[in-house]
Design a protein around this ligand. Structure first.
Ligand code: DX5
Ligand code: ZN
Length: 220
């Protein structure tokens, strides 16, 4: 069953806790928190403190760091006890060290790839991550149009990790809608992040259920 991770980026930030509780009541599998620094991506969002204030909502947190020097934020993020902390391969000079640090802090390390980054850029770390985030858009903003080549990139990532004893989960982030959820699931995605498709919908619970249903259609 494909898991759904609503992105709080598209929620009403003035009512973030209420929005998170809505996602929890709507059976979200994870809460996806996009942390942006205005340098790695041209936008600013929230930091570890916000993650800490949502840790008791009852849904595991999925922290996506779109920042330079993500190592500076790891301790603060880990204090929120998230399930995943993901860093971008493009932002890490010492990727192996950063991923090891995340694991040492008791979280599952994730690595994310921008749309122009070859799948092979993470081949040396696939065995040490629990999550690979294949971006469906260029990071920085919600509500962007899905890049169709992402589907093939998910297939390639699945193939690249198939020989591992513990293959990482594959998450797709950006531009996910009911129009592409099934293709992504068939390609091998385990988790779908959806911001606009969930919080832009009138009924959060129905939007999550709709994505899950479409993603699961045709699978055994
Ligand atoms: C984009 C973020 C995404 C974003 C997805 O940089 O990483 O998590 O919230 O938003 P939608 O689903 O609206 O594309
Ligand atoms: Zn994200």
């Amino acid at each position: 069953m494909v898991k759904i991770a609503p992105s709080m980026l598209a929620a009403d930030w003035g009512a973030l806790r209420a929005e998170a509780l809505k996602a929890a009541a709507g059976t979200a599998d994870y809460l996806h928190l996009d942390m942006m620094d205005g340098h790695f991506v041209p936008n600013l969002t929230y930091g570890p403190g916000v993650a800490g204030s949502l840790r008791d909502v009852g849904v595991p947190l999925d922290i996506h760091l779109m920042v330079e020097r993500p190592e500076d934020l790891l301790d603060g993020c880990a204090a929120a006890a998230p399930a995943f902390i993901t860093v971008h391969v493009e932002a890490c000079r010492h990727l192996h060290r950063v991923l090891q640090r995340i694991a040492d802090l008791g979280c599952i390390p994730g690595v994310a790839l921008n749309p122009a980054t070859p799948v092979g850029a993470v081949s040396e770390v696939l065995a040490m991550v629990g999550l690979v985030v294949v971006m469906g858009v260029n990071p920085g903003f919600g509500g962007q149009r899905f890049i169709p080549a992402t589907v093939e990139r998910v297939v390639a990532m699945r193939t690249a990790s198939s020989g591992l004893a513990r293959p990482p989960l594959i998450e797709v982030d950006g531009g996910v809608t009911e129009a592409n959820a099934n293709a992504l699931a068939q390609a091998g995605a385990d988790i779908l992040v959806a911001g606009t498709a969930v919080f832009g919908a009138g009924d959060v619970a129905a939007a999550i259920a709709g994505l899950r249903r479409v993603a699961g259609a045709g699978s055994s």
